[in-house]
Write a new protein. Structure first.
Length: 468
């Protein structure tokens, strides 16, 4: 057993055994990993005094947890710090490359280390969402027995990617993209640090230049440090001493785009677009459209959402909105990118500026709620095919005649008060009174007005009915 233990295992740190001949062979982002919580950039909601992870570290009790957030925000660094500061062994594997045998080795090694030290080691599983259900479940017994403290990282929503049984035994901590100021402070420290950073190069950079680097990193500390390192070496190689904005832009001309068409960003940004249009803010709406286009989103998906919005949120306040959205959907698909962005922009701005009404959306949902609640009426005899007594409206002046179209009348459509809808519905109300003269006034129960949808509970409605 001792001979086996003396061999290199998955948990050995090769850098600790054979350090590189030069620090320059190790990426700046790796060299600048924080050694204490005070050196961590951002994540104040988790690591500032009194915050959850700060209290955990200070107490010495580290919980099994899932660290959820985009790349480069400190997930791995926090996991290592929590193990180091509580004096626990740190075992690390990556779920992308680890097989079942590696997982068994991790569990066995964790149990062995606990038997030796008496302290539960931290088992760090990077990108744990790549483990399948069976692999994730294999960790459960060890977590439950306390043989290991599981720390997993994921860039994908753990509610969808991590087994519920594993989630119930862990705490989820969400890490956020770093703010520009946090990144600038990190870059300043890296530029001046002679031991681990770029201080030996004797370079300088204005705060404006470092802000340029930070803005291009998209909240990713690793990306920011990589851009700084590339710019620094370019200047040093050319014999310069100042990193300027022009150099940064040549080295890294485009900002990092945080967008994944199949995951959280996809839903968050389209949600922001819809809510900006609903709130009649064309500038915000165009910005979120730009994020979708820049991220490579399928323009058909965007067009479909605009079609739904036109009917659901603009509706009868401007009936032309649906035609505008439909035309934009056809034209953008026919033309394709990059020109399709202009067509979609026109539609987004139009829908943002248009008056709003959700009366059509609410009407059909009220009807569905009534049907699902058991309001299943028979079709009146005169409306059935070949039924007797049907009166043909086109035979009358104005193409209308008083006639019953439901056995028991219900009011599902409640007109909006903006845009074209009030004028459209004015004549409708007169005709409706002709169809069911006096029936609503005689309905003491108010049932003819339809049951309110859950989101309508508590609203005041037409006098005498208590519903809107």
């Amino acid at each position: 057993m001792d001979e086996v233990r003396s061999e290199r295992t998955l948990w050995d740190d090769p850098m600790r055994e054979s350090p590189p001949s030069s620090k320059w062979e190790v990426p700046l982002a790796e060299r600048m990993r924080p050694r204490t919580l005070d050196e961590m950039a951002g994540q104040r909601h988790l690591i500032s005094r009194g915050a959850p992870l700060y209290r955990a570290v200070q107490s010495g009790h580290v919980p099994s947890c899932i660290l959820y957030g985009p790349p480069g925000v400190g997930k791995t660094s926090i996991a290592r710090l929590m193990a180091t500061m509580t004096e626990r062994d740190f075992l690390e594997i990556n779920a992308v490359s680890a097989n079942v045998a590696a997982l068994r080795d991790l569990v066995a090694e964790a149990k062995h280390l606990k038997n030796i030290s008496g302290r539960t080691p931290v088992a760090f599983v990077d990108e744990i969402y790549h483990f399948n259900r069976q692999q994730q479940n294999a960790l459960l017994p060890s977590v439950e027995r306390g043989d290991l403290i599981l720390m997993g990282t994921t860039t994908e929503n753990p509610s969808f990617e991590i087994n519920k049984t594993l989630l119930s035994r862990a705490v989820v901590y969400e890490l956020r993209p770093l703010e520009t100021e946090d990144l600038v402070e990190l870059l300043e420290r890296a530029l001046s640090d002679r031991e681990r950073g770029l201080g030996e190069l004797e370079l300088s950079a204005s705060r404006e230049t470092l802000t340029e680097i930070a803005l291009g990193a998209g909240g990713d500390a690793r990306q920011a440090l990589t851009r700084l390192e590339l710019s620094a070496h370019a200047v040093a190689t050319g014999g310069g001493s100042v990193i300027d904005i022009e150099t940064v832009r040549k080295i890294s001309p485009k900002a990092l785009q945080r967008y994944d068409r199949d995951q959280d960003d996809h839903y968050r940004i389209i949600s922001a677009l819809i809510k900006s249009m609903r709130g009649s803010d064309p500038d915000a709406a165009v910005y979120w459209l730009g994020r979708l286009v820049a991220g490579g989103e399928d323009i058909r998906f965007v067009a479909r959402r605009l079609l739904v919005f036109a009917a659901e949120d603009v509706g009868l306040a401007d009936p032309r909105a649906l035609s505008v959205a439909a035309s934009a959907a056809y034209a953008s698909d026919f033309v394709g990118l990059p020109e399709a962005r202009i067509i979609l922009s026109e539609a987004v701005i139009y829908l943002s500026l248009a008056p709003k009404s959700n009366s059509a959306y609410m009407a059909v949902d009220r009807a569905l709620a009534a049907i699902e609640g058991g309001d299943l009426q028979e079709v009146p005899l005169h409306l059935r095919p070949g039924g007797k007594g049907y009166v043909y409206p086109h035979d009358f002046p104005g193409h209308w005649v008083a006639q019953r179209y439901m056995e028991h009348p219900r009011k599902f459509y409640r007109p909006g008060t903006t845009g074209a809808e009030p004028e459209m519905t004015r004549l409708h109300e007169l005709k409706r009174d002709g169809h069911y003269s006096g029936e609503y006034e005689d309905d003491a129960s108010g049932k003819a007005w339809g049951e309110p949808l859950p989101e309508e509970e508590g609203r005041e409605g037409p006098a005498g009915h208590g519903k809107e």
